[in-house]
Design a binder for this molecule. Structure first.
Ligand code: ZN
Length: 229
């Protein structure tokens, strides 16, 4: 995976984090920016708030101006979705369970279809975005990735869309670095696209940090997060 950082006020210049810094030229015919899940749920006061998640809004707006092609993604769950802790009696958010398709972290209810929590952040201003791709709408399957759902077989259709438009190199920004951005970037590469993560245009959830803070809040009582899980 290649990770890039922003340079310059316009966001038109991306540089590799490694040295020597490598400027990246955006190609309007083959490059696309994926703005991942910049939704009310994932900013402070949202149902699944990412620390400083709101900081990516202005950055995404700025970066998007450098791209002719932009796709926005939107986490979009039905009520009672399998990824919600509330759908599993006795379970709490950020616990991990085993489902038919593999391990699933349980989340607070978030991005329920048609609710304000699921709306794209009001500050997002990317009018030239061509597609809003919704994911996670199957009741029994989660989808961190913008390409493949968590069963690792159901396609969201994004790969076909990009291929049909001749878009071969995806730059990614948004929320959250360690889940939807990372899974989307990994799948993009697996499916034959180039993928570049714009590191400083992302913010992370850090579920282990959440669990640690919960233990600390409880005065050290309660079940400690198992580092092997
Ligand atoms: Zn979700």
């Amino acid at each position: 995976m290649q990770y890039f950082r922003l340079a310059g006020a316009r966001g038109a210049h991306l540089i590799a984090g490694s040295r020597p810094a490598m400027p990246v030229r955006i190609d309007d015919t083959s490059d696309v920016l994926l703005v991942v899940d910049v939704q009310n749920a994932f900013v402070p006061r949202g149902n699944l708030a990412v620390a400083r998640g709101d900081e990516v809004v202005a950055i995404a707006n700025r970066v998007a101006r450098a791209f002719a092609n932009v796709v926005l993604t939107q986490d979009w769950h039905p009520a009672g979705h399998v990824s919600f802790a509330s759908s599993h009696p006795g379970r709490r958010p950020f616990e991990k369970i085993r489902l038919a398709y593999g391990d699933q972290i349980l989340w607070p209810d978030h991005c329920v279809q048609g609710t304000p929590d699921a709306e794209l952040h009001a500050g997002l201003s990317i009018p030239h975005a061509q597609l809003i791709l919704r994911k996670g709408y199957h009741p029994g399957v989660d989808s961190y990735s913008a390409f493949l759902e968590a069963d690792r077989t159901t396609s969201t259709g994004l790969a076909g869309y990009l291929a049909a438009r001749g878009l071969r190199r995806a730059f990614l920004c948004g929320l959250a670095t360690d889940f939807c951005v990372a899974w989307s970037a990994t799948d993009a590469r697996r499916l034959g696209f180039e993928a570049l993560v714009i590191e400083d245009a992302c913010r992370a959830i850090d579920t282990e940090g959440v669990a640690r803070r919960r233990v600390a809040r409880n005065g050290g009582h309660g079940r400690r997060p198992d580092p092997r899980r």
